[in-house]
Every structure is written in structure tokens, then in C-alpha cells.
Design a protein. Structure first.
Length: 411
């Protein structure tokens, strides 16, 4: 086993890259369904809106899984937890690929979501521990990069594979890759770990901050609005914009590239003006979604708007995540898990409402209309945070860095 590098190394430890690959697989599985809804609908004999519940169910599993597993695995060996999560993830995909029953596939999605929540929480701790204090941000950035690359490459490739074979093909590939990832992680995660004893009570007590819940509400609303639209992006593209089904993966690639750009730009701007960045991103996302309602009959306009939608929505993601962790202070693990859960609360509720809208007389214009209203509501908690001057009263930051620069920023 190669030794883990310390904070002075210019390179991240190999184990961080492996964990990022696991995050890539799990990010792919969450949203690859969006490009395969018509195929799944036809094969399992359900409506497209009913098939969309496969995304809703995964989000629901993540809502429960992330915080529950963050607490449940505090004292378990991390290598064991990661390998177990990937094994369950692989088996869930095998079950889904073999079953002709929509109900069984739906249940398998919930199980894989629980495994995803477990993996994400533990991977964040392992990656930062392996990288050392000097490269903590880089390690977390690498994990988030795995999720973003899933949108750029994994989801479009999975959508393409599902179209040239059948929708079960991507499930078999994900099962095989996750089993391989489990073997590699079992090899490279260190055997002996010195675990700092953590108090579950202290984790929950740190969440009494009202600012934490305002930030979590903003995550749920913004990501829910955008991903409610993204859940039903395939019928929007093929039926309303009249884009060929074969071109859907290319459009999804544009969305993923926009998300990568948004994450990069938003993270940099958010370091200096977090609330201004968030309010701008939320307002811009609402406008883009509203334009999509009216201009999605044009193929060119639709492709452009879907790409920009990725930019504006994901510009807020790193900033909101950083605010949640900052406001939580002594409970970063549970707070990070709740941030993931909040995003999936938005996905679950938003995709459910969007499915109803899709089946209404609004048809394909319904999901982006639901997304517009939901994303616009993000401005409510963000405005409350601005009025509270949240970013200027961070006692935890001042305590950890007593320099005059930090005291001036947070005071």
C-alpha cells in the first residue's frame, strides 16, 4: 500500500482520485434516468411522468440516507463502510437491470440512493484525512469534480448507451464499475485509522443556528427548481423542441459543461461576495427557466437555455455548501450531509410536482414552469440571510483564524 502523502505534496493521494471516481458513478446513476425516460416508460409499461418517479425515489433515498448514514457510521471502520456502500450500490443496479417490474426497479433505486448517501459522507472524511490539512479544499474539490464530470460525461454516455442497446445497459455498466471501485478502495484505504470520538449530541446541537436552515432551504429551492426541469428534459427536447433523440446526449453534455463552468466561476466569486453571488445566480436561474417555458419550441434556443441553466444553477452550489458548513461550526459532517439531503428534497418535491405538470394540459412546458416558481422562491431565504448580515458575523471563522483580515471580514 503506498503511503498517504502529507500536506506538503503537490499531488493529491491516489485514494482521493479513486473516491472521486466513486462519486462520478453515483452522480451518473442519479440523473442518467433523465435521458432514458421514454425507453423506460415503453419497456416497463408506465407513463413518462410515472417513470420520472425513479428520479424522485432516488432523491428520497438520499434525503434519508445522507444524514442517517453520517450519524450511523461515525464509529464504523471507514474502509468497511465504503466497500459495503459500493457493494450494495452494485447489487441494486443488478436487481434493477434484471427486473421487469417497475415497483422492483423503484425499490432498487431507493436502496442505491441509501448507499450513495453513505458513500458520500464517508468519502468526504477519508479524502480530507488522506490529503492532509494543507490540501483539504483540493480534496473536496476533487470529489465535487467527480459529480460535475458525471453530468458532462457520465449522464450523456449512459443516455447514449441506453439508446443504442436498451435502458438496462447503463445499469449493468454501473454495477460492474462500482464493483471494481469497491475492490480498488478495499486495497487503498488504510487499515488503521485513528478516529476522533464525536458526540452525536454535539452534532445536533450545532444545528440550532437559524442561518443553517435558511441556507439549507435555499439549496432545496434552487436545486429543486432546476432539477425538476432537468428530470423531464428528454420529453422537452424531443417532443416540444423537436430535437432528435440521438442528439439528447449532446444537449446533456452542454448542460454538464455549463455546470462545470458555473461551479468554477461561482466558487471564485463566492469567496468574495457570497450572498451577492447567490442572489444573482438564483435570479438568473429563475429567468432562464421562465424563458425555457416560452422559447423551448425552438431547438437552438432550447439548447442554449439548457446550457446556461447549468451555469446559473451550479454557480450557487459551492457557495451554499460553504455557507452551510461555516454556519454549522462544530457539526461539519452532519451539516454537509444535510446539504446533500436538502438538494434531494428539492429534487424529490420538484420532480413530483413537475411530473404532475407534465401530465396536465401544460404538457412539456409544465416542468420548467414549476422550476421557475420554485427557483424564484430561493430569493426568500437568501434575502433573509442578507438582512441578517450572515457572512459578516461568523464567529467560528474568527475563532479559527484570529488575523486582522479575517476579523474584519466576519465582524
Amino acid at each position: 500500500m503506498p503511503p498517504l502523502t502529507d500536506g506538503r505534496s503537490a499531488k493529491l493521494p491516489f485514494v482521493v482520485l479513486v473516491l472521486a471516481a466513486g462519486i462520478f458513478l453515483m452522480g451518473t446513476t442519479e440523473f442518467v434516468i433523465a435521458g432514458l425516460l421514454p425507453e423506460i416508460s415503453d419497456d416497463l409499461g408506465v407513463s413518462v411522468s410515472h417513470a420520472g418517479l425513479l428520479i424522485t425515489a432516488f432523491a428520497a433515498g438520499m434525503i434519508v440516507g445522507a444524514p442517517a448514514m453520517a450519524i450511523a457510521t461515525l464509529r464504523l471502520p471507514r474502509r468497511f463502510t465504503l466497500v459495503l456502500a459500493l457493494t450494495v450500490f452494485a447489487l441494486g443496479h443488478v436487481v434493477a437491470a434484471l427486473s421487469p417490474s417497475f415497483a422492483v426497479v423503484l425499490a432498487a433505486r431507493v436502496v442505491t440512493a441509501l448507499a450513495t448517501g453513505t458513500f458520500w459522507c464517508v468519502a468526504a472524511v477519508v479524502a480530507t484525512t488522506a490529503a492532509g490539512p494543507a490540501m483539504t479544499s483540493r480534496a473536496l474539490g476533487m470529489l465535487l469534480g467527480g459529480m460535475t464530470v458525471a453530468n458532462i460525461a457520465g449522464v450523456p454516455l449512459g443516455s447514449w448507451l441506453g439508446q443504442v442497446s436498451n435502458w438496462r445497459g447503463p445499469f449493468w455498466v454501473l454495477a460492474a464499475l462500482s464493483a471494481a471501485a469497491a475492490a480498488v478502495i478495499g486495497r487503498y484505504i488504510p487499515d488503521e485509522e485513528q478516529r476522533e470520538a464525536r458526540s452525536v449530541r454535539a452534532e445536533f446541537a450545532a444545528l440550532r443556528q437559524g442561518r443553517v436552515w435558511l441556507a439549507l432551504s435555499a439549496i432545496a429551492l434552487l436545486m429543486g427548481g432546476v432539477l425538476a426541469t432537468y428530470t423531464y428534459i428528454s420529453p422537452l427536447l424531443t417532443e416540444r423542441a423537436q430535437i432528435p433523440a440521438a442528439a439528447v446526449p449532446l444537449v446533456l453534455t452542454g448542460y454538464g459543461a455549463g455546470a462545470l463552468l458555473g461551479t468554477t466561476v461561482g466558487g471564485r466569486l463566492g469567496d468574495r461576495r457570497p450572498l451577492a453571488t447567490l442572489i444573482t445566480a438564483a435570479a438568473a436561474s429563475s429567468l432562464i427557466l421562465l424563458l425555457l417555458v416560452f422559447f423551448s419550441t425552438s431547438p437552438v434556443a432550447t439548447v442554449v437555455l439548457v446550457t446556461v441553466m447549468g451555469v446559473t444553477a451550479f454557480a450557487a452550489s459551492p457557495v451554499l455548501g460553504a455557507l452551510v458548513r461555516r454556519f454549522a461550526g462544530s457539526a461539519p459532517t452532519l451539516a454537509s450531509a444535510l446539504a446533500s439531503s436538502s438538494s434531494n428534497v428539492g429534487v424529490a418535491v420538484g420532480s413530483w410536482a413537475a411530473g404532475i405538470a407534465l401530465a396536465s394540459p401544460l404538457r412539456q412546458a409544465g416542468p420548467p414552469l414549476v422550476g421557475t416558481v420554485t427557483a424564484a422562491l430561493t430569493l426568500v431565504p437568501l434575502t433573509a440571510l442578507a438582512l441578517m448580515r450572515a457572512t459578516r458575523s461568523d464567529d467560528h471563522a474568527a475563532a479559527s483564524d484570529p488575523s486582522p483580515r479575517v476579523r474584519a471580514r466576519v465582524g
